[in-house]
Design a protein around this ligand. Structure first.
Ligand code: ZN
Ligand code: ZN
Length: 365
């Protein structure tokens, strides 16, 4: 579709990423727009005629594959925008970079991928945009509605891996053990005080242990307990403080019980900050195209988005596309009952096409 529409196309960026460049007939700035195009190991539970029936093996488990984050909508919208803008190519004052990005949800374990790998492979080297736009499906908004946040919009995403180490023993002889289950339980509880007692109540933060795994049998105290979780923050100083408190808590509790620990703390996607100047510049366009009352201001959330890597390179504006058909219900993103109604495509295409044209016509940043 990109080639048929007269774009210069580059494929194979960050494995399966694609860049399509549309050069307008008139001189002007360069702007970028990004759609993500991956799916999730979720088994779709909707009655849609086009629901996914695909299955695969993920982490050794047989799972369904579902567009449970609406990335198929983002890709469809962007292909629609390609059609619209290529049809007015001659009048277009500038250049549009259409980025189709894989692995937004994260690359397979041990691999690199996503927005940062596309940049590492030189996405912005030949042609650097003055601004980047993106949108995301939102199951809290109806088709025909858009949401936006000025400034901080989505949190930094960290991933931690912990092994609490003790000494194995018979469950009836606990005095012969160093019990990692008792230590891990105290660690999980104490982690809750990082948010409630270390950080300011006004500072957005999340510390979540999502996996806790230990033991094979009811009458054996195991040697180790394994935990994994996520930390979400908006501020690097707070991020440092959370990691430091986690080490102090792990060290204090395990040494009190004569055990030990290992912590691997990986900093992932940075916070997504919508450039305030760019947001203010573009909001009138959204209001004009979609309708004043349909464009809703939204609070920042603790979810993450690797669009942040692009928005760290150049001013970025990332907004929400309502996907719920009025009168129907949808599950939240990442759940089996998430349903994005096709009626949102038109709103998405109109909003994004107009943003890009208005940005180019304004002469850029
Ligand atoms: Zn997602
Ligand atoms: Zn998503």
């Amino acid at each position: 579709h990109l080639r048929d529409s007269g774009l210069d196309v580059k494929t194979g960026i960050a494995y399966t990423g694609v860049l399509g460049v549309l050069k307008g007939g008139k001189p002007g700035p360069v702007v970028a727009v990004r759609a993500d195009m991956d799916a999730l190991p979720v088994t779709e539970d909707t009655d849609l005629p086009f629901r996914s029936t695909v299955r695969t093996v993920y982490n050794d488990i047989d799972v369904g594959v579902m567009h449970a984050c609406g990335h198929d909508i983002h890709t469809s919208v962007q292909l629609g925008v390609v059609s619209v803008l290529s049809s007015i190519k001659k009048q277009l004052p500038g250049t549009v970079m259409f980025i189709f990005q894989p692995a937004e949800e994260g690359p397979p374990p041990g691999e690199k991928g996503g927005a940062d790998l596309m940049l590492e492979e030189g996405l912005f080297d030949e042609l650097k945009p003055e601004a980047v736009f993106g949108l995301h499906s939102h199951s809290g908004l109806e088709s025909g509605e858009l949401g936006f946040t000025v400034g901080p919009a989505m949190a930094a995403v960290d991933h931690f891996y912990i092994t609490v180490k003790g000494k194995q023993s018979h469950g009836a002889y606990p005095h012969k053990s160093v019990d990692p289950i008792v230590m891990a339980s105290e660690v999980v509880t104490a982690f809750q005080t990082i948010r409630s007692r270390t950080l300011s109540p006004l500072e957005p933060s999340v510390v979540t242990v999502g996996i806790i795994r230990g033991g094979e049998r009811f009458n054996i105290i195991p040697a180790e307990v394994y935990m994994e979780g996520t930390v979400r923050t908006y501020n690097t100083a707070v991020q440092d403080q959370v990691e430091q408190r986690m080490r102090e808590i792990l060290g204090g509790i395990t040494s009190a019980y004569v055990g030990s620990y290992e912590l691997k703390y990986n900093r992932g996607t940075p916070a997504t900050i919508n450039d305030p100047e760019l947001a203010e510049k573009m909001l009138p366009t959204l209001r004009r195209v979609i309708g004043d009352d349909k464009v809703k201001m939204m609070d920042p959330v603790m979810g993450g988005e690797d669009f942040a890597y692009f928005a760290n390179e150049v001013p970025g504006f990332y907004y929400r596309l309502g996907v719920v058909k009025p009168g129907t219900v949808s599950g939240w993103v990442h759940t089996p009952t998430f349903r994005a109604d096709d009626s949102c495509l038109e709103t998405g295409i109109r909003a994004m096409s107009n943003l890009l044209v208005d940005f180019l016509e304004s002469g850029g940043m």
